[in-house]
Structures are given as structure tokens and as C-alpha cells.
Design a protein. Structure first.
Lengths: 235, 235
DNA sequence: ATTTATTTATGACTAAAATCATTGTTTAAT
DNA sequence: ATTAAACAATGATTTTAGTCATAAATAAAT
């Protein structure tokens, strides 16, 4: 399932400076280094599963991960995406509930597990961390609620344009100017909340309209302003 | 807009014992009493508006409130409902953003405003409050994400059944066994994420199927198990 | 009490997106 | 290199839910 290897060192982790753990004390960083348990996950592997009890949080050192909920007929709804520097699994841990979603690896990942005990100790002794956690949760909540409204009110085409803009921002671009990720049409469908065929059709439309370029799983945004107009984002 | 009157006393507020402020110290309760500013709002009035900058949080002493986002063509998407004991406006305040939703009164309300300064002081000095705030945000997030998945995957009929069960739990029942609230079909539509006409039709269907009884704005759940089956809730 | 406005109800029609079916293409496995 | 499996593309059809229109019923206002 997961292979042991030489753990990344928190003190040297550049991602950490951009996440909730950026203000840990030297002592706390050392403790995290001692207590954490890092693993390599291959594409397709599950980090945690809907319904399971959380035992800590996961800090992503490398890789691309999706968090999704599984609906009635096994269809995934992707709730969030995560990449290096992102922390996972805090929602369920903090609220003392079971995981409400599953975290699966989209591109090979190195993930550090920080045990519950350690995380809560930090949370109780470092008020900056708890402030940052509240801000993170607040941000996630805003995001989820906005998507909820979009899903209820916007047509698929607009949500698709929005999703492409989001993916472009989230993953950044590679040397060719394409979105720096290989995402299947099915995953895109599960982000947007539509059928895979509909996703394929709309992407083809966008291509015909010269808004994007397609090359296999690679998507390049050609006309950013046009996409924004298509998405009807005015804020 | 809002009329001044004799403020409710926090120390005597029974609702407070069930919300995030339940563990404030006596000194903090007294401070809250001094600093807070309570108002009476009539049905239809706005407590805060999407896009405005938060200046504190609102604690509902009495009344029914909806928080919604306004979409492109002015259609409301109701994100959350609130009643006595609920706290409002914390998400935007904590994340330092503008309000992402509007809070409007559905039934005449008494609402206490707690200034930002006071709230943050409590948050920084009372670790139990910050824990509870994190739990509240986590819970809200779970709720929002589950609704997101439902909206993407469940047909209107199922979501409607689910909404009725939620409303029944949230507002409780009156002497006649009906949901203890008068909600317009339009508001129900804006909770479920559908058109008002569709809401009316599905409620009529539920009535024909003896799942509910309708009398004007009053809705009584007749067959709870049947509704749960209709909603396809298995957890 | 009567008028006006709002809300609820119902029918007819349209549009959007899902589903089903099939073929082509890429990617992975042997 | 060849086969198998997974993924992408496209067409045809169906289903779902939205929109428009109009009438009945409630609720609010004068």
C-alpha cells in the first residue's frame, strides 16, 4: 500500500512556509519531525476513506490529490484538490467526526502523517496555528458555499469555464503554457458536477471557439478573458 | 430599519448555553453584555449584506433568519438557516473577507451584535471558544460539502424530501405536528436549488402520496420513514 | 370590507443535460 | 510488438427540470 523511505525534514520543507504550520516554533517543528510518519503513495492509492475515523492530519510534500464524496451510484463528487503544501483531513479531526470524503492520489505523492495527539497539542499551545486553522476552514467554507450556489444556478458550460480557470490557477502552467496536471475528463466532470460525455462535448466546444487547446489530457488556456466571460465571473 | 429596546441579558440567555458562547467566563459574559448592541428586526429586513465588511458577529436571541447568496439573475440560493441561539457572520469576520452572503429575517427577530474587537478578544483569550468555533466551521463545511454533492448528484425530488426532513428537525413541530415555521415555496425552492414551480409540483406529489399534509404555508410530515426512503438517505 | 398584491397551483412547451450506444484513440500490460 | 484495457469522441434519444402563461387562492393594505 505505502512504502517507507527517508522522511522529508519539516525544517527544510519549503511548502510548510506557505501553510498553516508556518508559525510553529523550532521546538514544535522538531517534535513534528519526530512524530510524523511519511509515505509514498502511487497514483490511484487511497490516503483516507469516507467513513473512517481520523487519527491525524496529512501534510502533502509532493503530488496531486483529490478529495471526493461518493454518491448513490458510485459517482464521485470532487470536493477539493490538494497539492504540495496542502494539509488534509483536518475537518473531520477537528469536528470529531468520521471522514466525510475520500482522499485519492491523482499523481504520485509523498505525504506526511501527523498524529492527532501532536496536532492537537500544537493547536492548543500555538494560538497562531488555531487562528490559521479557523481561517482555513472559513476559506474552505466560502469556497464550498460558492460552488453550491453555482451548482444550483449556473449552467454546465459556465461551471466548466470556471473549473478550467480554477485548475489553471491551482496547478499553474508548464513549459507549453498548459495546465500543469493530467486530469481525466471524468475527474473534470466530477469537479464540475456533470456527466463525462457532457464534459467532453463542452471541452470540444471550447476548443472550436479557440478558448482552449487540447492535446490528450493536456489543456491549455488560449483565451483567458474569453473563458472568464464564458464563466460569467464578474468579481 | 431597526429599533432600540431593552437588551436581553447574556447571563440569563438560555440559548447561549447551547452555542459557542457557552463557556465564556462570568467576566466575559459581563463584558459581552456591556459591549453588545441588540436590535429588533422585522420580517424581510436585512441584517447584513453580501459584499459588506463585517464589524462583528450576530447572536440571534429570537426569530428565524436565512443566509443566502444571490446568483446572476437575482435568484437566491439559501446557504444556511438560523434561529434563536445561532451565531451569524463569523465566517467572513474570521477569514477577514467581506460577507459572501446576505442575512435576511424570515420571522421577526431579536438579534444581538457583538463587536469585532470583543469577539476577537474572547477568541484569543478563551481557548474553548476557539475550539468551538473550529468545530462550528468544520460542521458548516461538512454540511456545505454534503449539500454540494447532493446538488450535483441527486434529483430534485430526493433533495426536496431531504430538505423537508431537515426543516422538520431544525424548526421542530408545533401543536398540530406541522413544521414550526412558515416558509414560502420560493424559499423552499431556494434551499433545494430548484424552480418555485417545481417545488410546488413536488410538494403536491408528496401530498398525493400521503407523505406530507399541506395547509397554506404549513407543512406536516405524515410519513417520516417514507420521506426518508424518498430522500435516499441511508446513513 | 374591498381592493391590491403576493403567493400557490396547474398546464403546455422548451431547453438542458443525462443516458445509451458505438467507434476511435491513447495508454498500460504482457 | 501486440493485446487488452481504459479513456475520449460523437451521435441519437430520453429524461428531467426549467420557463412561460394563466388562473385560483391567500394575505396584505387601504
Amino acid at each position: 500500500m505505502k512504502s517507507q523511505f527517508e522522511n522529508p525534514v519539516c525544517d527544510e520543507c519549503r511548502s510548510r512556509l506557505g501553510n498553516v504550520f508556518c508559525s510553529l516554533s523550532t521546538a514544535q517543528i522538531n517534535e513534528m519531525d519526530t512524530e510524523k510518519n511519511c509515505s509514498i503513495y502511487k497514483k490511484g492509492q487511497i490516503i483516507f476513506n469516507e467513513g473512517n475515523k481520523p487519527a491525524g492530519v496529512y501534510c502533502i510534500n509532493k503530488g496531486k490529490i483529490k478529495i471526493y464524496q461518493t454518491g448513490e451510484e458510485g459517482k464521485e463528487q470532487i470536493l477539493r484538490l490538494a497539492k504540495e503544501g496542502d494539509v488534509l483531513g483536518y475537518r473531520a479531526l477537528i469536528s470529531g467526526e468520521i471522514y466525510s470524503g475520500t482522499a485519492a492520489v491523482m499523481e504520485d505523492a509523498t505525504v506526511c502523517f501527523i498524529p492527532k495527539r501532536t496536532f492537537f497539542e500544537f493547536l492548543h499551545t500555538n494560538s497562531d496555528l488555531s487562528t490559521k486553522m479557523m481561517q482555513l476552514l472559513s476559506h474552505d467554507l466560502r469556497e464550498a458555499e460558492s460552488r453550491l450556489t453555482g451548482l444550483a444556478q449556473k449552467p454546465v458550460r459556465e461551471r466548466m469555464a470556471e473549473a478550467l480557470i480554477m485548475l489553471n490557477e491551482f496547478y499553474g502552467i508548464d513549459n507549453d503554457g498548459a495546465i500543469n496536471a493530467s486530469i481525466s475528463r471524468e475527474d473534470i466532470a466530477n469537479i464540475v458536477g456533470t456527466a463525462t460525455e457532457t464534459t467532453i462535448r463542452i471541452l470540444s466546444d471550447f476548443k472550436s471557439e479557440k478558448l482552449i487547446e487540447l492535446a490528450g489530457k493536456k489543456i491549455k488556456i488560449n483565451n483567458h478573458k474569453g473563458l472568464i466571460r464564458t464563466a460569467h465571473i464578474f468579481d
